[in-house]
Write a protein that binds this ligand. Structure first.
Ligand SMILES: [Fe+2]
Length: 388
């Protein structure tokens, strides 16, 4: 019945306070590290200093590369890789949200294999990377799942391509320290958006035509944890139990995404944030998500019904009715966090729909093909119109 292979080589160290044990896990990675991080939050929270101190205590030199922006861009990644080569950096620590860790992965590839990161992407050059520096991931948000997967998302601002890539074992972190204490300073809105990113990873994996029991159990569990804990963390950001549940939901979603992969909702979102870099990924997913479910309803209602019953407590035997109720519940859930926005409010121009759909379809054809009903470019345009 089922045939599958699961490759999950990352050592995941999970738990409150685990950053304090970092020194144990970087043994043998080298004497010079590059910390890839954003401009502000890890400095303000004191986390960057703490990590620097731990490295110093082990006699490891560190270069701090702190030019990473949300929706990270190719220019900074290539600059980071140049510096890493010049400074003879031996391993990378991605410290921060998904953008810092994804940039760390891209820098690890380009620093070791040479040239520009884009040379190694499926749209930029298709060169096979020779190697990548080892990557240590310390996430401070609970959404992207990048701590447990080989994927990275980098935007080429010249071509407006926001591209998700993965390089198998080269871009799996060698170790990820998932410490919910590092996440308590996340502001309310980001708490919601990042959690919804994890939710949609799991929802999309669950709808993927290649889903199987291992991916299902993680996907459903992670959606449940988001639905039952987001409210608490949103209202009380320092609630460490709720943060731990959301952190695990995110890592779990990352694992299940590694097993099976997301579907076209993520492709569609990359159109929004590729065209307007101020669009937050998690919010973009929410603005499209319920419409996406409506659009693929006839091909996916049995699976959506399961989500309704298992995640949202829908009590309805008929699959079509249960699936419709599930979509209503999703709307209601998102409403609490201000995530039900029409995409016109995200600064997206209707005239761009066709071009957006064409670009993302070209880049993410694989995701469309594993989506129930196999949507094409015209379907993508229709979903954008529904969400307008
Ligand atoms: Fe995502």
């Amino acid at each position: 019945m089922y045939a599958f292979e699961a490759f999950l080589p990352t050592r995941i160290v999970f738990g409150a306070g685990k950053v304090g044990e970092l020194r144990k896990y970087i043994e043998g990675l080298g004497k010079k590290a590059m910390i890839v991080t954003g401009r502000r939050s890890t400095k303000e929270s004191g986390l960057l200093d703490r990590v620097l101190q731990i490295l110093r205590s082990k006699g490891i030199d560190a270069v701090v590369f702190d030019k990473i922006t949300p929706n990270p861009v190719l220019e900074s990644v290539d600059e980071g890789a140049r510096i890493a080569r010049q400074e003879k950096v031996e391993f990378i620590i991605g410290l921060g949200g998904g953008s810092a860790i994804d940039s760390g992965k891209a820098i690890a590839v380009a620093a070791c294999s040479g040239g520009s990161y884009w040379d190694y992407t499926r749209v930029g050059g298709r060169k096979r990377p020779r190697c990548a520096l080892p990557i240590v991931a310390i996430p401070t948000t609970h959404g992207t799942g990048t701590e447990a997967d080989p994927f990275l998302v980098i935007t080429n601002t010249k071509t407006k391509e926001k591209l998700g890539e993965g390089f198998g074992k080269l871009t799996f972190p060698v170790v990820s320290i998932v410490d919910p204490e590092t996440m308590v300073t996340l502001p309310k809105d980001q708490t919601a958006y990042t959690s919804m990113d994890a939710f949609y990873h799991s929802l999309e994996v669950f709808l993927n035509v290649n889903a199987y029991p291992y991916s299902d159990v993680l996907a459903l569990d992670s959606m449940k944890r988001v639905v039952s804990n987001l409210r608490v963390a949103y209202e009380n950001p320092r609630d460490i139990e709720a943060r731990s549940e959301l952190a695990w939901a995110s890592t779990e979603a990352g694992i299940t995404e590694t097993l099976v992969g997301v579907v076209a909702n993520h492709a569609l979102e990359h159109g929004l944030s590729g065209f307007n870099d101020r669009v937050v990924h998690g919010l973009g997913l929410c603005t499209l998500g319920p419409h996406f479910l409506e659009y693929i309803f006839d091909h996916a209602y049995r699976r959506i019904a399961i989500v309704g019953r298992e995640v949202f407590g829908v009590q309805e035997i008929d699959d079509k009715r249960a699936a419709a109720l599930a979509i209503n519940k999703l709307w209601e859930f998102q409403e609490v966090y201000g995530c039900n926005m029409p995409i016109r409010e995200l600064g997206i121009a209707k005239e761009d729909f066709q071009e957006m759909a064409e670009i993302v379809y070209r880049m993410f054809k694989g995701l469309a093909e594993v989506t129930p009903g196999k949507p094409g470019v015209e379907d993508f345009v229709k979903i954008y119109e529904m969400a307008w």
